[in-house]
Design a protein around this ligand. Structure first.
Ligand SMILES: Cc1cc2nc3c(=O)[nH]c(=O)nc-3n(C[C@H](O)[C@H](O)[C@H](O)COP(=O)(O)OP(=O)(O)OC[C@H]3O[C@@H](n4cnc5c(N)ncnc54)[C@H](O)[C@@H]3O)c2cc1C
Length: 409
């Protein structure tokens, strides 16, 4: 049995640990800061929309336990709101397979219990750097999946791959019951509204601890009218302010939220993320190396929903690399190659797509405008959220986008 430790019980760490346990031949230890009970009783952690490509991996591993209950989202309605109360551009991005969002409090607490059911060991403690060194000495491979936690600071920032040094949006999210549907016959749909210079608003049907719900995610330009949640109000006050903003900017959404109520006392989330890419290997004292994964290495603003999806894709890529290693040692060079392969094939595209959506260069604006009149453009945009490597083929430069748009007429 090869001994492998995973620090952090999020999407990346748990999916990897569960994959190793299913593969067999590994003694797996997971270090988790919170117990399943603490997770379920705590605040929401993300809006965690998972696209089809990542969900396929979860399903293949027997980890999607909620497909029957969670709303299946087949389309995303997009609108440009150039001035309060007015929609200038509208189109629907249809997905080839449904997306789904399962409250991470529900999903991760269940996966954590599954680790133990599958014969893994879980240690409930918050690991510090000294503890990480000890753990790394006792295991053949230690993977740090500590998300945006302090421990991920063991990995150096990769300046060449990190475009931003401050958050590009201020974030707030709320889970609610009782939200109306824009079109009952059309089934669950996600919606996104972009208000230039002010922010973006995302709405998505999801599954939480108390059943189906809707999640509202505000991406506010710092200092804009959407950036008004710094004092982190309780869910009821947060909802009141959100209704007021929707009433002013998006009255058609405000009408749907007239009877909404927060799902629970932990229904609110506040924050801001600085997008960053870190070097994948940290050499601790005594030449012991550890490998990072997920948000520990690559943090994206949630505007494109690449974080949890990227973590799922990384867990799958690392699992294949670990199993493919057979009985060979997990050297620092192997760790670096493992991440580099993943970076080239997947992560860098998510980072570039997300940076483009945060900054909206002119050629991307032209593509969104074309999507309002050309269904194939909208469909290709949808496919790029699901598989961000598409970005390199048609959106990465003004020339690529122009050539594609020219090919339509
Ligand atoms: C507002 C918001 C909305 C989002 N929406 C989406 C979305 O719709 N779709 C999407 O794909 N992504 C989304 N994301 C991003 C997504 O939530 C993350 O990218 C993803 O959860 C990262 O997974 P991870 O496993 O790398 O880290 P995490 O999920 O952060 O897990 C890390 C775990 O490590 C634990 N930990 C940390 N330090 C220690 C320590 N020292 N010892 C022990 N344990 C430790 C933490 O408690 C945590 O459980 C969103 C993020 C935000 C902030």
């Amino acid at each position: 049995m090869r001994r492998i430790a995973v620090v952090g019980a999020g999407q990346a760490g748990l999916q990897l640990a569960l994959g190793l346990l299913a593969a067999g031949g590994y003694e797996v230890t997971v270090v988790a800061a919170r117990t399943p009970g603490e997770l379920r009783a705590g605040p929401v952690l993300s809006t965690q929309a998972m696209w089809g490509a990542a969900l396929r991996l979860e399903r293949a591993a027997g980890l999607d336990r909620w497909a029957g209950e969670a709303p299946q989202v087949w389309s995303v309605d997009a609108a440009l709101v150039p001035e309060p109360g007015f929609r200038a551009l509208e189109f629907t991005m249809t997905l080839d397979e449904p997306a789904q969002s399962v409250d991470q409090r529900l999903k991760l607490s269940s996966w954590l219990e599954l680790v133990e059911e599958r014969g893994g060991r879980v240690e409930y403690r918050e690991l510090d750097r000294a503890g990480l060194r000890e753990l790394a000495r006792a295991n053949e491979l230690t993977v740090v999946a500590a998300g945006r936690g302090e421990l991920s600071g063991v990995f150096e920032r990769d300046a060449a791959r990190s475009r931003f040094d401050a958050p590009q949006r201020r974030l707030t999210a709320l889970y609610a019951h009782g939200v109306g549907a824009p079109d009952l016959a059309a089934g669950p749909r996600a919606r996104m509204h972009a208000v230039p210079g002010v922010g973006e608003l995302y709405l998505q049907p999801a599954l939480t601890l108390s059943g189906p719900c809707d999640i509202l995610l505000w991406e506010a330009f710092p200092g804009s009218p959407f950036d008004c949640f710094d004092d982190r109000p309780e869910p009821a006050e947060q909802l009141r302010r959100m209704r007021e903003l929707m009433g002013a900017y998006l009255p058609w959404e405000a009408a749907l939220w007239a009877d909404a109520e927060p799902t629970d006392a932990g229904a609110s989330l506040y924050g801001a993320v600085t997008p960053v890419v870190r070097r994948p290997v940290a050499e601790l004292a005594d030449g012991v190396a550890v490998l990072g994964i997920g948000d520990a290495l690559v943090v994206n603003d949630p505007i494109t929903g690449q974080g949890a999806n990227g973590a799922a894709r990384a867990a799958d890529a690392y699992l294949r690399a670990i199993v493919g290693r057979g009985g060979e040692p997990f050297t620092a060079a192997w760790m670096a190659d493992t991440f580099e392969d993943f970076w080239r094939q997947h992560a860098r595209h998510g980072v570039e797509f997300t940076a483009a959506m945060l900054t909206m260069p002119e050629h991307l604006q032209a593509v969104f405008a074309a999507a309002a009149t050309h269904e194939p453009v909208a469909r290709r945009l949808a496919a790029t959220y699901v598989e961000p490597s598409e970005f390199a083929d048609w959106l990465a430069t003004p020339e690529l986008a122009a050539a594609y748009l020219a090919s339509l007429s």
